[in-house]
Design a protein around this ligand. Sequence first.
Ligand code: ADP
Ligand code: TYD
Length: 212
Amino acid sequence: MSDEPARKGLFISFEGIDGSGKSTQARLLAEQLRAEGHEVVLTREPGGSPGAEEIRALVLQGDPDRWSAKTEILLFTAARRDHLEKTIGPALAAGRIVICDRFADSTRVYQGAARGDLRAKVDDLHDVMIGREPDLTFLIDMDPAQSLSRGLARNSGEDRFEDFGSEFQIKLRDGFLALAKEHPDRFQIVDGMRDEDSVAADIAARMDAVLA
Ligand code: ADP
Ligand code: TYD
């Protein structure tokens, strides 16, 4: 989009099903890159700016059937637009590395594929209102049975999507893997069924290769 800031920094996203270890690995990668002297902004979706955090509370709390998938597409995209304007765009324009825990691929998979065939609507709205992709996406892949027990164990009060159950998580995993196939240029698939340090070392090695 013409009103977006020029691309200068590096935009990295983490994707995967609930409880796969995205937040943990996003934080570890941010710590590692900061230790190497990079300026890093660690952020998340939905959220990452004051307005988008307010929308986060609307979409993640309450009954699973509180919003239809179509309404969710609008809410997640509104939050993303604010996040892009207030947090991601300025950080990239200043040359920083932005690490984002989820981005538009989550909408493509959660609303676009797993809850009905709405992918074309997600893509249309993305083109009109967001218009950019991460430079690099780490997909943390894992068995939904394992990740669901990890995620619900946190008892965060933000479990609306986890409450859709394990069949939904299986569809999500397939959806993310299909998306990675669609965009092999930017996706890195990481095996998340290892201990935290092994996953982090794998990601760090791939990151070094990209930065080199
Ligand atoms: P996500 O952001 O994908 O939902 P989190 O990073 O919040 O995942 O991790 C979900 C839960 O699993 C947390 O309690 C976290 O401490 C734990 N966890 C994260 N990575 C691993 C791992 N590799 N092995 C075991 N537990 C993990
Ligand atoms: P997150 O806090 O990352 O959840 P988790 O730590 O359990 O992975 O994201 C919150 C939930 O919001 C998650 O279940 C996925 C969902 N979500 C969508 O459905 N669409 C979206 O566009 C985004 C960004 C998240």
